[in-house]
Every structure is written in C-alpha cells, then in structure tokens.
Design a protein around this ligand. Structure first.
Ligand SMILES: [Zn+2]
Length: 341
C-alpha cells in the first residue's frame, strides 16, 4: 500500500479532522475540557465517524487522540485512562484504515503546558509527546500528525519526538488573530524551520476559516519545498473576526459563538469546494478540515480535487426534484409552483 509520501507524489491527500466537535454535536463528548473519553465510553461512535469520513473521501484515518494527553487527563483527574484511551483510539482507527486501504495517522496536539519562557515545561511537553508518539508507533501508524500548535517551539518538540520513532511527520500550526506563531515567528519562517528540521508536510489547521486561511497559504508555499497542508475550520470567518474563536453573534448573551453556538456561521459544501479548488491551484497538496467538519464537507473537498469517493453516489442530483427539477416526467403543476415555496 502506498505510504503518505508516495500518495502526495501522485496527487493531493485528504485527511478529515474535527472529531472533537462532531462527536460533541452528536452528544458523546463534553465541550469545555474537550477530552475524547468517547473512545473508551462509546467506541462504536468513533468507528462510525471514521467510516463516514473515509466514505466521504478521507485518505487518512486519524486516531482520535486529540487532547488525550497527560495534561488534559490530569486536569479531569483521570490520568489512569491516558494509556487505555490512546491505545484504544489507535486500535479503532487502525481497524477502519486497514479495512478501507486508508492511511493510519497518529496524533499529538497543543499541550497547553508549553511556556516559551519556562524550560521546565519544555521537558514536560517532550515527555507527553514521546509517550503518545510511542503508542502510535507501536500501533503501526503510517505517520503522525502534530496539530493545532500555536508555538513554533512546541511544534519543534513534537516534530523531534515523531522523528525519533522514524515516522513521517505532518506538522500544522494554528494561527490566531495575528498572522504569526504565538512565539512571534512569521509563518513562512516557522514553516521553513519545521521543514528544515525534517517535517515531511507543513501547514496550517484549525482556527481560521477558508476565507482567512487562504491568504496565508501563498507565502507558506513560497517558503518551503515540502508539501503544504491546509485544514481550515468550515466556518465563515472574516478579516475583522479571522478565527472561529473570535466570531460573535448578537443573539447570544455574551456574543461568544465559540464553541457551542457556531452553527449559523457554518460554511456550505460549495464554499468548501471553492476553497479547495483555490488552494489546490495555489499548490496545496495536503487537504482537510478541522473543528466543525461533517462528512458532506469532506466529500465536497474530495470532489473539488476530482475524486469520486463512495459517498459521491449520493451527491445531489436535483433533476428529479418535485419542484426544482427539470425531468420531463415531473408534474408541470408542481414545477410551476416553485416560486410559491
Ligand atoms: Zn480544530
């Protein structure tokens, strides 16, 4: 089976993310601490979402170990669940990947422990990444994703941990309101340093919607020779509110739409298709969607790349719609009524 780099050499790769938000919406995960206990409590739901994302066109099954790190488990007083949770998440993803010929990705993310000014935290972070990456390697991961890292320094520690086990690394930074890493590095420079340190793929994920991630991609593409990744959140961010955390809705008591009232900002599938086409034309090679993504978004992304995943069998065909269609067999009195709907 072709690995990540062989697939990237042959064409774009799609990797669905966003398990945390989708399983929260489905009622199996609590917003706030956002710890993926669902992998132990309702593994069938995780498997189901993996299956749906692959059906919709994801080439990768990302083990749902996002926030399944020692810092989070300590926060909720359940450190004893850390290793079972990681091993189970990897086993669930491995099962789906092997049945569908998809790639298995391990995953590490922001620890919320890292402090650039405190070297002691760097050691803590390194230990957290090393144990998670070790479990991913033991589970047979094809590569490891280090994601939603807002500090370049933390990303470099994650990358080193992944390289130490000999697996390819996809490193995606999260960009907040300022167009730089939280430790103040310009994004092209951060990407250059990560690629120089051996990341197979570098790019951006989460936080920014398509409209406010797209302008950041050109300079990244110009900065590195390795494949560039773009995995926005499917929300309608704007120059004034460039991240999904900054979106405000006056119907809410405090105006704060993140994280549980983002629904009215959700991108439709056509916006995701348009973003994908534009990013592909610019040279992006590794695609996906983060928090908020649902299978129909992933299918739109895959189809914009010229794919026909299994779910494309059910892509919209409005020709036989009772009011909006144009099939000669449709009743004329209904077609004439469309303006009254
Ligand atoms: Zn996200």
């Amino acid at each position: 089976m072709p690995g990540l780099m062989e697939r990237l050499a042959a064409g774009p790769v799609v990797c669905a993310e966003g398990y945390l938000f989708e399983l929260e919406r489905r009622g199996y995960l609590q917003a706030g601490a956002f710890v993926p206990e669902v992998v132990l409590d309702h593994p069938e739901q995780v498997t189901s979402l993996h299956e749906q994302f692959v059906h919709a066109g994801s080439d990768v099954v990302e083990a749902f170990t996002y926030y399944a790190h020692r810092g989070k488990l300590r926060l909720i007083g359940k450190e004893d669940r850390l290793e079972p949770m990681n091993r189970q998440a990897l086993a669930l993803a491995s099962d789906v990947a092997s049945r569908h010929g998809a790639l298995l990705a391990g995953n590490v993310c922001n620890t919320n422990v890292y402090d650039p000014a405190d070297p002691a935290t760097h050691d803590q972070v390194r230990a957290m990444f090393e144990e998670q990456v070790g479990w991913a390697a033991e589970a047979g991961a094809d590569f490891v994703i280090a994601e939603t890292l807002r500090y370049l320094g933390e990303a470099e520690i994650a990358l080193a941990a992944i390289r130490a086990v000999g697996l390819p690394a996809v490193v995606t930074l999260v960009v907040d309101r300022q167009d730089a890493t939280r430790d103040g590095q310009p994004l092209p420079e951060a990407a250059r340093r990560l690629a120089g340190a051996g990341a197979e793929v570098v790019g951006l994920n989460c936080s920014r919607g398509p409209a406010t991630m797209l302008p950041l991609l050109g300079p990244l593409l110009a900065a590195v020779d390795v494949p560039v990744a773009a995995l926005p959140v499917p929300y309608r961010t704007t120059p004034a509110q460039p991240t999904f955390q900054s979106l405000t809705d006056p119907s809410l008591p405090d105006g704060q739409a993140f994280p549980t009232a983002l629904d009215p900002f959700t991108c439709n599938r056509f916006e995701i298709g348009a973003f994908t086409s534009e990013a592909a034309a610019a040279g992006v090679r590794y695609f996906g969607l983060c928090c908020g993504a649902a299978p129909h978004h992933v299918r739109a992304m895959a189809e914009a790349l010229g794919r026909t995943p299994p779910a494309s069998r059910y892509s919209a065909d409005m020709s036989k719609h009772v009011y909006l269609g144009d099939d000669p067999a449709l009743a004329r009195h209904n077609l004439a009524y469309r303006g009254q709907l």
